[in-house]
Design a protein around this ligand. Sequence first.
Ligand code: SF4
Ligand code: SF4
Length: 421
Amino acid sequence: MSRQVIFYGAGEHAKKILGKHPKLKITPKPLPLEDGVCFVDSDVKKQGTYLMGLPVLSIEEALNLYKDADIYISIGNFEDKKTVYKELIKKYGVKWHKIYGGVRLSCHYLEKFIVCGYHECAFGGKAGKDCGMHSFKSCCSDYGKNAVATVPINGDLSRAFNQFLELRFKTIENINLGIPTKCDNCIELKEIMDDPPNQFYYLIYNELGICNSKCCYCNYKERLGRDVSLDVDFIELMKLVNEYGFDKEGIVELCNGEITINPHKQEIYSLLRDKRVMFLTNGLVYDEFIQKKLLDGTGIINISLDCGTRETFIKVKGIDGYNRVINNLKKYSSGKKGIFNIKYIVLPTINDNIKDIDNFIQLCLELKVDSVHISHNLCLSYKDYNNQQTIDAVKYFIERLKKNSLPYELYSKNIIEKLLY
Ligand code: SF4
Ligand code: SF4
């Protein structure tokens, strides 16, 4: 059976948008007028008439006749769209992903992201400690100060994937019905007017396991001896995600471990040739696939350097690899079309000094980085940062970035931004 669309609203707005665009495209699914089966209007005077060749019905009649139809809210007024959206879900039990052109309370992570892997708990106040739970979730952090809802994988990826899809759908529905969810009070919840996504846009594969660095802010000790036998198989995961639908412009992020030394990297790469990929790498090993992706514009590289001198590098990373990393970064940056971001995790008494900051900025200029990301050590709290040396260093850092017109982003609302303002 071909797609059926009920247009909710048979007023001037409907005439305007549908009349002008007989093949109205609503991405990602096209929503052509010829798929329309009827209009719906609460005005009884309109019911029983015809508009653009389609009958105008009451909502009850329409839902009774076309149980599986998608509904497009063809009403212009924002508040009315919201009311109709809520009513469709609450009173008539229509699923949120069948409603187009509405206004719902939701979050882009919840709708477009899928995070798969070993939960680090980094944002839950237990940084540096793995929870030991392989799971699916919508976001890897905890913007809402609640633990985001997760589905444990427990060795059955396919079952967990389907449960995650259900959980995600249910969460969005419950948010709009006012039923408590783990996402309540999250700062990311907003009124969204986009059409419901029927594909993922962002996959975070958080399961790379092993690493060749020993960053002082990481759980590398646990990582070194970790049992990787229960880690999620990337090939199986990608198959499930592709079958469900992955946006052709979507991004796959490889993180939580070091991809360049992963024993399965060639298999992983073979599935990512036509995808945009974000590599979270430490830069210790030069990798041709990363270089190729950067050159053809489908790669994004995020490196946490956290210093500007060899001595500090050793303190932060636990190994003597500064020159190696800088050489690799220079190779990566030559001729790149992809995106190149460098991170500086501010570490009190370790890298909060002028020499490291100056050298780091000089390097960013040479490498023509796209953005500098400034963050804090997730294992530490505001009081660890609230001292004059660190405050002065952070202020100096921002001034220098501005002076050199280097784009930057602060990933630390509760610490770095607080120190600044
Ligand atoms: S916790 Fe916040 S950011 Fe995460 S999925 Fe829920 S609303 Fe989105
Ligand atoms: S590079 Fe990343 S995974 Fe490796 S030790 Fe450092 S923080 Fe941990």
